[in-house]
Design a protein around this ligand. Structure first.
Ligand SMILES: C[S@@+](CC[C@H](N)C(=O)[O-])C[C@H]1O[C@@H](n2cnc3c(N)ncnc32)[C@H](O)[C@@H]1O
Length: 180
């Protein structure tokens, strides 16, 4: 998974770099590769993340434990509903996990409340599901026929401003969201 997603990780780090983030929140951190890059390349000092898979949680915990002196680490076993209720993050990232959020409008609204005024939220959508996979996705926006446009519209309803977007690869589409 990590090797396949390298391009999306690099793209996300590039798009977060201009805000010089000190803190990052990642939803669905998987193996923890993006958070590792954020510590290495962006020098973030606070790292918070949620992922509901015990395997991913343990993999990321092991990967990141060597950085515990460099950055404050707070990884939680939990899905998108377990993101912190309070706090401010300069960077928020969610790569290839939007399709699993059962109530995306609620999650987007919570994330909007957690983004610092000059911060950025990079949302990377997984593209090209087969029809049968698409039908079974928990996220109603991803189940629909126009995930990118509908995700952008939902993000705007949540109070985000779209700062840019780009096809990253055949299977990934990145959207950069800010507060203004
Ligand atoms: C395709 S993987 C992507 C992992 C990582 N973001 C990456 O790009 O390498 C999807 C991840 O989303 C997590 N996930 C599944 N349902 C989720 C949810 N409701 N909220 C947050 N993460 C979820 C999975 O456990 C998995 O780690």
């Amino acid at each position: 998974m990590a090797r396949l997603n390298q391009r999306a990780y690099r793209w996300t780090i590039d798009k977060l770099r201009p805000v010089q983030p000190k803190s990052i929140l990642e939803i669905g951190f998987g193996t923890g590769h993006l958070l590792q890059l954020a510590i290495h390349n962006l020098n973030v000092s606070k790292v918070v993340g949620v992922d509901p898979s015990e395997l991913m949680f343990e993999t990321a915990r092991q990967r990141l434990r060597r950085y515990r002196k460099k950055a404050e680490l707070d990884l939680k076993l939990g899905d998108d509903s377990a993101i912190p209720a309070q706090g401010q993050f300069d960077a928020i990232a969610a790569l290839h996990c939007f399709q699993f959020w059962p109530t995306p409008e609620e999650t987007l609204a919570k994330l909007r409340g957690l983004l610092s005024p000059n911060g950025r939220f990079v949302l990377v959508l997984r593209r090209r599901y087969s029809k049968s996979v698409a039908k079974s996705l928990p996220n109603p926006i991803s189940r629909g026929n126009n995930e990118i446009a509908d995700a952008c519209a939902a993000a705007e309803r949540a109070g985000f401003v779209i700062q840019g977007m780009q096809g990253i690869s055949k299977t990934s589409h990145g959207i950069i969201l800010g507060c203004g």
